[in-house]
Design a protein around this ligand. Structure first.
Ligand SMILES: C[N+](C)(C)CCCC[C@H](N)C(=O)O
Ligand SMILES: O=C(O)CCC(=O)C(=O)O
Length: 384
């Protein structure tokens, strides 16, 4: 059966849709087709949820007849041996085909552009005005695009309060509930029962947060409500650039961190701890299908004891020094003096943050956002 350049034919247990141009065949078993029936009786097209179990489908299901109905959207219609009729938008069906290049199908739709000092993105790309962000979908899209392409974004002109920071974040994504609270205000007065070193005035080397969580938070948000009298600048380092540099300088080290999961842990409260976060995962985490680098995880402070054999220990220390040296190399370190009014969004799966030590009172307001919540929002704009 010929349809707009395709030939649909039947095999022993499948249908094949062959492109007339190059003869490429998209093949789907009868079971796959019946399972992917988009009829409202078995599938909700609003929520994309299926409403039947795989056991409701007869494994011997096969077409009684099939035909292509041509129209605005060409449709494949199958009448099954049990009498059920399924229709498929042929363009949709071809997009689901895993034969051609499954890897390709999962490639990120956005171009991630690793940066360091010589290649810093323009502020016109990364910064968005508060009113534009609040009033238009375009403003939100611009911020998401910058986070996806460059690993960070800024919104300027926000009222310098924690309440306004929350409002700004929630325009785009829900704020996460964490052990640090929802919105946190980081002050350098000793917090009585909290053990994290960020609640002090010491310098913090560039790191990603919550490596000890099973899913590290997707975004870290900072809004400096009161800058320190001296020091206290933030630093940002693009982990994807570091990945690129390490891979080039020492491919074995890159492979080591791709294949060797590292231990991380944290106990939040000093007295009567009610929790002990612990996780193992890779420094360079790749997508299981596309193989693209998806997450960079690096935090020297929150490492748990490394349970490694002797040769692994030797390699680990050699390579970890090399990695750490790239992260402090000034060519790779962006300095940002945050001031009241600017909300900084950091992709915590890519860009490391830190700060210089400081004197005087400093107040940093902020929060975390779940990875899934952020990616879900980005997908609406076709940015994930
Ligand atoms: C942001 N806030 C101050 C609330 C917490 C900071 C946590 C930092 C921690 N060492 C980590 O890397 O997760
Ligand atoms: O105080 C800052 O600017 C950064 C703190 C920090 O690195 C953190 O909270 O993880």
């Amino acid at each position: 059966m010929i349809w707009a350049g395709y030939h649909v034919s039947r095999g022993s247990d499948h249908l094949s849709i062959a492109a007339q141009t190059n003869g490429f065949e998209h093949k789907f078993t009868f079971e796959w087709l019946r399972d992917h029936c988009r009829d409202p009786s078995v599938y909700d097209s609003d929520t994309h949820q299926r409403s039947i179990s795989i056991l409701d489908i007869n494994p011997d299901v096969h077409p009684f007849k099939f035909q292509v109905i041509q129209g605005a959207d060409d449709v494949l219609s199958i009448t099954w041996n049990d009498g059920h009729v399924s229709t498929y938008d042929l363009k949709w069906l071809i997009r689901q085909s895993g034969q051609e290049n499954r890897k390709q199908a999962f490639k990120s739709p956005i171009q991630r552009t690793p940066w360091n000092i010589p290649t810093l993105p323009q502020s016109s790309q990364t910064n968005t005005d508060f009113q534009e962000f609040m009033d238009s979908a375009k403003g939100v899209e611009k911020v998401i695009r910058s986070i996806r392409e460059h690993g960070f974004a800024m919104v300027d002109g926000v009222e310098p309060t924690t309440k306004a920071t929350k409002l700004t974040v929630e325009r785009m994504v829900p704020v996460s509930q964490t052990i640090y609270g929802e919105m946190f205000e980081l002050r350098n007065e000793e917090k009585e029962d909290v053990s994290d070193s960020s609640y002090s005035n010491v310098a913090l080397g560039a790191h990603t947060d919550t490596t000890y969580y099973n899913e590290a938070f997707g975004l870290q948000i900072f809004h400096c409500l009161q800058p320190a009298a001296r020091g206290g600048a933030n630093i940002l380092v693009d982990g994807f650039k570091i990945a690129e540099l390490l891979k080039k300088a020492n491919p074995d080290a890159y492979q080591f961190f791709r294949k060797t999961p590292l231990e991380a842990e944290y106990i939040h409260s000093r007295s009567e701890p009610q929790e002990h976060y612990y996780n193992v995962d890779y420094v360079f985490k790749h997508h299981p299908i596309s193989d693209e680098l998806e997450q960079f995880r690096f935090n020297v402070y929150d490492r748990a004891p490394h349970k490694m054999g002797l040769s692994e220990q030797r390699l680990f220390y050699r390579y970890y020094r090399e990695l750490a040296a790239l992260i402090v190399d000034e060519t790779n370190v962006m300095r940002v003096q945050l001031h009241p009014g600017t909300v900084l969004f950091i992709d915590n799966w890519r860009v490391m943050h830190g700060r210089t030590g400081f004197q005087g009172q400093r107040i940093m307001s902020g929060c975390y956002v779940n990875r899934s919540d952020f990616i879900s929002r980005a997908k609406v704009f076709d940015l994930a």
